[in-house]
Write a protein of this length. Structure first.
Length: 291
């Protein structure tokens, strides 16, 4: 019985015509994916560079520290106002959005879940001016132009984002995790809160950050509710408040080139805050996955 012997030349055969076509198709599709990714990313990079180019020459320490009433006017009251309104809005929207998403995914009947998802989709596609008009017609007559009205308007925009993200990340939790918890005799509500939601915590945090990022940049709801002011209001949500989007809108429509430059600088500050928040959360999420 003879032994079969193969050389390297025997094992490595020349690719057939079908293999060559597959490789060409693979390279072609990779090229298309690269081009489409560049089409999506390049405009974003260009926008960021454009904001930096126009805003950096006007970005000074006085602009950030001073208020509009100082000798050298600044935007400190707008920065403080934006942070206060966004934090207050997410404190209201996050619990409602997470609880609503968990209910639709874990406890609601299929009919209720489908209706809820349809409502969320409609709210996600609603222009921000609609949320501003809602607060203007419902909240402003009762409370006047104030931070409370702005918080309601921003929360209306944040809740569907948090709900949708919560639904998606909860669906990614393996069913075995829930079943193992229930098999140990743990009640359903404890399993949902301490097992399911804890497993999806990084995704829930991502949804909250997405909502915060949208709330930071909304202009129309704030124009119809917070109104804007030159005073620095700290935790005084019952009065009119200033915010960075309001400053950008008003300064950019001014004929004064200095105010237009300060509008670009304000946009740069807003961009830095949003990017910093996203980077910090992404860093924490990656660390949790590695752990």
């Amino acid at each position: 019985m003879s032994l079969l012997r193969f050389t390297a030349a025997d094992l490595v055969k020349a690719p057939s015509g079908r293999d060559a076509r597959r490789r060409r198709a693979d390279r072609f599709m990779r090229g298309i994916m690269f081009v489409t990714a560049a089409i999506a990313v390049v405009p974003l990079i260009g926008l960021i560079l454009y904001i930096i180019t126009n805003g950096l020459p006007f970005l000074t320490s006085q602009l950030i520290v001073n208020s509009p009433l100082d000798i050298e006017p600044g935007i400190s009251n707008a920065i403080i106002g934006s942070l206060q309104l966004t934090i207050a809005s997410i404190i209201l929207a996050a619990p409602v959005g997470i609880a609503g998403g968990v209910y639709l995914n874990e406890f609601a009947s299929p009919r209720v879940s489908s209706a809820g998802e349809l409502l969320i989709d409609v709210m996600l596609g609603t222009p921000s001016i609609i949320a501003g008009l809602f607060a203007f017609l419902v909240v402003v007559p009762a409370l006047g132009f104030s931070g409370y009205a702005a918080i309601v308007a921003l929360s209306v925009l944040m809740i569907p984002i948090v709900m949708r993200t919560t639904q998606e990340v909860i669906r990614l939790v393996p069913a075995g995790v829930r079943e193992a918890s229930l098999a140990l005799g743990i009640p359903v509500w404890k399993t949902t809160i301490f097992v399911t939601c804890r497993t999806a915590a990084s995704g829930l945090l991502t949804g909250v950050v997405l909502a915060v990022s949208r709330g930071l940049g909304e202009t129309a709801p704030l124009l119809l509710t917070a109104k804007g002011t030159n005073d620095t209001e700290i935790l005084n949500f019952g009065s009119t408040m200033n915010a960075m989007p309001i400053v950008i809108y008003r300064y950019s429509s001014s004929p004064d080139s200095l105010l237009i430059g300060q509008a670009w600088a304000t946009a740069l500050v807003l961009l830095v805050i949003a990017l910093t928040l996203n980077v910090l959360v992404r860093f924490r999420t990656v660390n949790n996955r590695v752990a």
